[in-house]
Ligand binder design. Structure first.
Ligand code: SF4
Length: 78
């Protein structure tokens, strides 16, 4: 995995097939994620936090439902 810096370079999306709405991600980054009307996480504003926090949020998801990609579209996590 690439070394992360404080800069923003990652894109984030939620795999809705995987997400069961456990909301750990929201606990880590409440400005980035929220639960929608189906009880699944959606991305509000990925620019609200730095990449390290995005990675922390992605790692907090026990289902690996948060997918991070670099600016060239390569999957960084999981
Ligand atoms: S993305 Fe993961 S941590 Fe966030 S609500 Fe969905 S299952 Fe829970």
């Amino acid at each position: 995995m690439r070394v992360l810096t404080g800069e923003r370079m990652m894109k984030v999306r939620v795999d809705r097939e995987q997400c069961t709405g456990m909301a750990y991600c929201i606990g880590v980054a409440p400005d980035v994620f929220k639960l929608d009307e189906e009880g699944k996480a959606v991305v509000l504003d990925a620019s609200a936090v730095d990449d390290e926090t995005l990675l922390e949020a992605a790692k907090s998801c026990p289902l690996d439902a948060i997918v991070l990609e670099d600016d060239e579209g390569n999957q960084v996590y999981p």
